[in-house]
Design a protein around this ligand. Structure first.
Ligand SMILES: [Zn+2]
Length: 67
């Protein structure tokens, strides 16, 4: 897999679940490629931040939602 495909999969992962093959090759690429690993980390923290904002950034409200 090339970095271009890996980053594409990383952004698609935000919108749809990846299939088994995609997950496997993405994980393999992330193990070998530091650049894409950093990119994946940035995507994850971005998503966490935007989720936090959507929920009003209150960790206690998350508890009441899951129950
Ligand atoms: Zn890469």
């Amino acid at each position: 897999m090339e970095c271009k495909q890996a980053t594409q999969l990383l952004s698609q992962r935000q919108e749809r679940p990846l299939n088994r093959g995609e997950k496997f090759s993405l994980r393999l690429h992330l193990m070998l490629c530091k650049g894409c690993r950093n990119f994946a980390g940035q995507m994850d923290s971005l998503r966490a931040i935007s989720r936090g904002y959507a929920k009003g950034e209150s960790p206690s409200s998350e508890d009441s939602e899951t129950k």
